[in-house]
Ligand binder design. Sequence first.
Ligand SMILES: C[S@@+](CC[C@H](N)C(=O)[O-])C[C@H]1O[C@@H](n2cnc3c(N)ncnc32)[C@H](O)[C@@H]1O
Length: 309
Amino acid sequence: MQQVEHQPVMLEQVLSILQPRSRGQYLDLTVGLGGHAESILERSSPRGRLLGIDRDAAALDYARRRLRRFGERARLVQGRFSELEEHLRAAGMDRVDGLLADLGVSSLQLQDASRGFSLQLDGPLDMRMDQRQGRSLEQLLRGIDGEELARLLGEYGDVRQPRRVSRRILEELAAGRLRGTLDLARVGAEGRAGRLHPATRVFQALRMLVNQELEELRALLQALPEPLRPGGRAVIISFHSAEDRLVKNRFADLAGRCRCPPHLPECRCGARARVRLLNRRARRPSPAEVAANPRARSARLRALERLAA
Ligand SMILES: C[S@@+](CC[C@H](N)C(=O)[O-])C[C@H]1O[C@@H](n2cnc3c(N)ncnc32)[C@H](O)[C@@H]1O
């Protein structure tokens, strides 16, 4: 099996929240390289079951080999958050005890130059997590308007001077000088310096755009808490402030936050708590974890528990 350097982010916190147990049913929506899934299956031995979903076929191949030893206890399917309900139904698992979404990109995707996610290895302008569908980055850039691209760079990547970056990307593309990811890294880095590779935010924003990552996350959040049994728990790890904001707001609504205007004397929006938040603030990885695994540095973990009806 090809070895990929990957340490599951905030693993101990995830396990201490999900408390996997034998006969429990778990859903890993971002099975990736199977790191979190493997530990959940080990801890829920001998009878816990896990449905692992990922939109990336290469990740699933890797996870399938890694999790083979768990036999029927691990079922893996290719799919997206927005298809969650149908995959649960097909697996005969309409309600689960624990659900995990560890958002973003995997080491496998970053380390395979041909996927176009890397700003250090030259590859095509693709960035699709699911290569069966959707438009590649190049196709998307060829059809996008400069203003729209600037808006998305700002929203998805907190890219500074998004208009300038958008203009330069589209100029270079039109001139035939944006042939691969290293060209994109060069354009994204123009005039920038810092601790991160200067084009990191540009890559993150474009990846989120190609894969409609915020739309997918909204679909997942909207589906909650239905896939959980009463007492079941959901953990979401995000790596981007826009993602974390969506998670925080939806979790607050599910926990019964009233959305009435402040001048109303009583609540009329019908807010009621369907979940209990397991942490008021997002949990962060320890400094030791960040030192050992720099990918963890921007992780924010939020978790909830479904209340009885
Ligand atoms: C950070 S990795 C997960 C790593 C995994 N937890 C592990 O320990 O190996 C994120 C994975 O989520 C997948 N992914 C991202 N958005 C998705 C979506 N909307 N639906 C399904 N999978 C998604 C990516 O393809 C990637 O493999």
